[in-house]
Structures are given as structure tokens and as C-alpha cells.
Write a protein that binds this ligand. Structure first.
Ligand SMILES: Cc1ncc(COP(=O)(O)O)c(C=O)c1O
Length: 369
């Protein structure tokens, strides 16, 4: 069975992990610091704070933006982590509709939803295609709102030549097993000020004032610390960071391979009447996290079943979150999201997907109708 996603791991990652395992320091330490520094340089941002998932990153990013008790405008077209993070903060998610082509949040709808209670806008760069960030940032500037970006899909993506991670007030990345940069589980928050950096470093380790690695660096291990607030157990560890360092060094190459596969799919499906292929806007360089077609014939579910019979996994990203039971209290009619999601099919896309597999998938998809 050809999977939808698959991490791309080699002996290099294995060796990096072996070194950490033999070093005697597995927790938050020098590998994590090095990964944070390299990631901040790669993105072009002042501060990068390593955490153990993007879910944790989103929780903390919303917490430091002080959204509690207010409204947060958000997208339904995402994995539930994005919207759960709003609920973790005792804030109210206000769902905006999406753009039919990119599936990203609609700037026009966001603008209509701002009230005196709005504290922040959360955007998701769906599939690695950046949102219309000028539109979002202009609204935020006008209305005094914070912008939190969920860049779980967008590691390496660019908006108008700038890497995603350097634009909003805080950007959250995922290094989950099938993301563009994979380490099993992991995440990153990027921010622009030393105050936010320091606050996050306190919050990701239970509110403790100084990390164990900092305390171990001197001549004698310093056991003393203060606990200044109720934080969380969210920091990254050195095993994950060691994998991340190798993956970061290969990210551009892996993303280029993703793009080559996307181009092959797009060319092959361009004249297939019942398929609409994904778009890439002029302002965007997508990270091509996934390859999502729209099935125009109404036979989305039949296509998925048929592909499974041919040994090809396909999936759906996502059921619009406002349709889930837990989000019923926040339901708003979202005409675009509610009709477009029924057409979506995610086809296999990952750097190690062989050309022969790509050809096989194309052949089978074309034979479907
Ligand atoms: C859009 C989006 N946001 C957040 C997450 C959560 O990431 P993590 O698994 O690192 O917590 C995911 C993961 O699938 C995602 O796709």
C-alpha cells in the first residue's frame, strides 16, 4: 500500500540519535539549543523556542498573546489542534469562512467578524500554501489584534520572498512524524521580542525560572530555582532535536522533491475534467505539505475506496472543525467550507515517493471515471 505520507529518514538521523543516546544528556540541552538557533536563522526571525508539539506551541502562543476570555477569529479548515488551543485558553473561537481555491482563511470574512471582544486572528497555511498575510496583518494593525500563525504545514514556505515564521506575532510549527521536517513529535514557536522569548521559556517548563541545562553548565550543578507561575511540560528534548538538525539540513532538498511531484501531478491532471488541481498564488511559495485535489463529479468517497483497491492510500484533510460536536456551540454557517470539503481528496505526497509510484498513482486516478 502506498501511504499518503511517510517520513524521510536515513542513517544520518540514526547516527545523530545514537550520539545523543551515548552522550548522557537526553533532555532539554545543547542539541535543542543548536536546533533552535539554526531554525531561527533559517526562518530569519529573532527567537525560536523548541517545544514538544505544534499543539503545545499553539497553546502557549495564544496564552502569551493574552486571548483568555476574548474572541479569536480562526479557520475551520485545519486539524483540531488549532482550535483546541483556543479552548485551552478559555477563549471563544469565531469561525471565518475560507477561500475556495487555497482553502486558507478568507480575509474578507475575517474583516466582517472583528468585534470589540476580538483579541487575535489565528491563520493556518493550509497544505503549506501561505495565507494572504498582507490582508490579515493590515486588519490586525488597524484593529489592534495579534496574529498567530499555524505553520504546521508550512516549514520552508515563503510569502512574498519571506520565510513563514517571520511575519505574525507568533508562528507555530509542527515536527510531527509526517510533517515536512519530521522528528516523531516536536514543535517550534517563533517570536520577535526577548520578553516573549523569556516568557515562553518559563511556560514550557512548568514556570521554573532556570532550565536544568543552564544550571548544569557551571562548575558545580546548581540545584536552586524559583517557580514563578503555573507553566506546562512542553519543552523539546535533545533526541528529537538531533533528528531535527539533520532534517533541517535536508529540508530545502526534500521540499524541492515535493514540488517536483506536485508538478508531475498537476501536469497529468490538468486536462482531466472531473479534477481541479491545487493553486499556487503569485505571492506564495508553498511548502507542498500535501497534495489535495477537488473531485468535481461528486464521487469523492468512491475515488478513495477505488484507490485503496489499487493499493493507494488517500485521505481527507479536513472535516471543517465547526461541524464537530465539540464545536457546535460556535457553529456559524460557512458556505464555502461546508461545500468544498466534500470534494477534497489528499493523494500520496512525500519526498521518498518514487517516480514509478507517481506514474502508477496518476495512471490509476485517470482511469477512475
Ligand atoms: C494544521 C495543523 N495544526 C496543528 C497540528 C498539530 O501538530 P502536532 O501534532 O505537532 O501537535 C497539525 C498536525 O497534524 C496540523 O496539521
Amino acid at each position: 500500500m502506498i501511504p499518503v505520507f511517510r517520513p524521510s529518514m536515513t542513517d544520518e538521523e540514526v547516527k545523530a540519535v545514537e550520539q545523543v543516546l551515548k552522550s548522557g544528556w537526553l533532555g532539554l540541552g545543547p542539541q535543542t539549543k543548536e536546533f533552535e538557533d539554526q531554525f531561527a536563522r533559517y526562518v530569519g526571525v529573532e527567537y525560536a523556542i523548541g517545544v514538544n508539539s505544534c499543539t503545545a506551541a499553539l497553546h502557549l502562543a495564544l496564552e502569551i498573546m493574552g486571548v483568555g476570555g476574548g474572541e479569536v477569529i480562526t479557520t475551520p479548515m485545519t486539524f483540531v489542534s488549532t482550535n483546541h488551543a483556543i479552548l485551552y485558553n478559555y477563549a471563544t473561537p469565531v469561525f471565518a469562512d475560507i477561500e475556495e481555491d487555497t482553502l486558507n482563511i478568507s480575509v474578507d470574512d475575517v474583516e466582517k467578524l472583528v468585534t470589540s471582544r476580538t483579541r487575535a486572528i489565528v491563520v493556518v497555511h493550509y497544505g503549506g500554501h501561505p495565507c494572504d498575510m498582507d490582508g490579515i496583518l493590515n486588519i490586525a494593525r488597524d484593529k489592534g489584534l495579534k496574529v498567530i500563525e499555524d505553520a504546521a504545514h508550512a516549514c520552508g514556505a515563503e510569502y512574498k520572498g519571506k520565510k513563514i515564521g517571520a511575519l505574525g506575532d507568533a508562528t507555530c510549527f509542527s515536527f510531527h512524524a509526517v510533517k515536512n521536517l519530521a522528528m516523531g513529535d516536536g514543535g517550534m514557536i517563533t517570536v520577535h521580542t526577548s520578553e516573549l522569548n523569556e516568557r515562553l521559556r518559563k511556560l514550557y517548563w512548568l514556570g521554573i525560572s532556570r532550565g536544568t541545562w543552564d544550571r548544569a553548565k557551571g562548575k558545580a550543578y546548581k540545584w536552586e530555582y524559583d517557580v514563578e507561575e503555573v507553566g506546562f511540560k512542553y519543552h523539546m528534548n535533545d533526541i528529537a532535536a538531533a533528528i531535527g538538525l539533520v532534517q533541517l539540513s535536508k529540508l530545502e532538498k526534500m521540499n524541492a522533491r515535493r514540488k517536483a511531484i506536485v508538478n508531475a501531478y498537476n501536469d497529468a491532471f490538468a486536462r482531466v475534467k472531473w479534477i481541479e488541481t491545487p493553486v499556487e498564488k503569485e505571492y506564495a511559495k508553498s511548502a507542498h505539505h500535501n497534495y489535495v485535489i477537488k473531485v468535481l463529479s461528486g464521487k469523492r468517497d468512491e475515488l478513495i475506496t477505488y484507490l485503496a483497491e489499487q493499493g493507494i492510500s488517500a485521505s481527507v484533510h479536513y472535516v471543517p472543525n465547526h461541524l464537530y460536536n465539540i464545536y457546535k456551540p460556535y457553529y456559524r454557517e460557512l458556505p464555502v467550507a461546508e461545500h468544498v470539503w466534500k470534494k477534497l481528496v489528499t493523494l500520496p505526497l512525500f519526498p521518498d515517493l518514487k517516480d514509478s509510484d507517481v506514474d502508477y498513482i496518476i495512471e490509476k486516478v485517470k482511469k477512475f471515471e
